[in-house]
Design a protein around this ligand. Structure first.
Ligand code: ATP
Ligand code: MG
Length: 222
C-alpha cells in the first residue's frame, strides 16, 4: 500500500471512529500561523492527527517563483517534529504536475479505512474561492471543511450563505487566535534582512539561514 506519511499510515486500523485533519498550503515557509491554526482545529474538532501537505506546483501561485519543494517539505518536517499529533506528507510533491486538492483528498481517502473521517483545514480566504476549485463538488464527498478565519480574511455572513447555498459542502467555521502573519511577510522580512525570530519555529529559522532562502525574495504578497 502507498504511504501517506510516516506517523499516521496505519491510522484507523483499529476500526474505531477516527478524525484526520489535512492542512494544505504552499508553506513557503511554514510559520506559527499555520501551526496554531492546525493545533486549534485539532483541539476544536477532536482530530486524532493533522497532516500538513505542502503543495507541489500550486495552481494559484504561478505569478511568483515558489521555493523548491524539497526545502518547503524539510521546513514543514522540522516544524512539526515536536508535536506527536502532527506529521507531513509529500504526496502532492511526489505526484508532480499541477496541484489539485481533490486529487490529494482522493489519494488519502483511498489509503484510509472508512472509519477515518477527513477534515480539510483551510483558511477562510481559500474557502472564498472554493467554488472555482477543480471538481469542487467532489471535494464535498471526500471531506468536511474547516474554514479558519484569520485577520484580514474574514468572510461576510452573505458570502458564507452564498457558499452554503451553492455546494453540498459541510463547512464549519473556526475562529483561531488572531495571528496576522503570512509566508509573504516572512519572505519579505528575510529579503530586507529583518528578523523573523518567533514567527516560525527556531529549527525552521536555522534552516532558512543555513540554506540562504528568501534573501533575494520580494515577498510576493498574496
Ligand atoms: P502566502 O503569504 O505565500 O500566501 P500564507 O501565509 O497564506 O502564504 P499558505 O501556505 O498560502 O500560507 O497557507 C496555507 C493555509 O494556511 C491556507 O489555508 C491559509 O489560509 C492558512 N493560513 C495562512 N496563514 C495563516 C494564519 N496566520 N492564521 C491562520 N491560517 C493561516
Ligand atoms: Mg496565502
Amino acid at each position: 500500500m502507498s504511504s501517506i506519511c510516516e506517523r499516521f499510515d496505519t491510522l484507523g486500523a483499529d476500526g474505531r471512529p477516527t478524525r484526520l485533519g489535512i492542512m494544505g498550503g504552499t508553506f513557503d515557509p511554514i510559520h506559527i500561523g499555520h501551526l496554531a491554526c492546525a493545533e486549534q482545529a485539532r483541539e476544536a474538532f477532536s482530530l486524532d492527527a493533522v497532516i500538513f501537505i505542502p503543495a507541489g506546483n500550486p495552481v494559484f501561485k504561478k505569478d511568483r517563483a515558489v521555493t523548491p519543494a524539497a526545502h518547503r517539505l524539510a521546513m514543514c518536517q522540522l516544524a512539526v517534529a515536536s508535536n506527536p499529533a502532527f506529521d507531513v506528507s509529500a504526496v502532492e510533491i511526489e505526484r508532480g504536475g499541477d496541484t489539485y486538492t481533490v486529487d490529494t483528498l482522493r489519494q488519502i481517502r483511498t489509503h484510509y479505512p472508512e472509519n477515518v473521517e477527513l477534515y480539510f483545514i483551510t483558511g477562510a480566504d481559500a474557502v472564498y474561492h472554493i467554488l472555482t476549485w477543480h471538481e469542487s463538488a467532489a471535494i464535498a464527498d471526500l471531506a468536511r471543511l474547516i474554514a479558519v478565519t484569520r485577520p484580514g480574511y474574514t468572510l461576510s455572513e452573505e458570502r458564507r450563505a452564498f457558499i452554503a447555498d451553492q455546494g453540498r459542502f459541510s463547512i464549519d467555521y473556526l475562529e483561531v487566535t488572531a495571528l496576522a502573519i503570512s509566508s509573504s511577510d516572512l519572505r519579505a522580512r528575510v529579503a530586507q534582512a529583518k528578523s523573523i525570530r518567533y514567527l516560525t519555529m527556531q529549527r525552521v529559522l536555522d534552516y532558512i539561514r543555513e540554506q540562504g532562502l528568501y534573501i533575494d525574495s520580494e515577498g510576493g504578497a498574496q
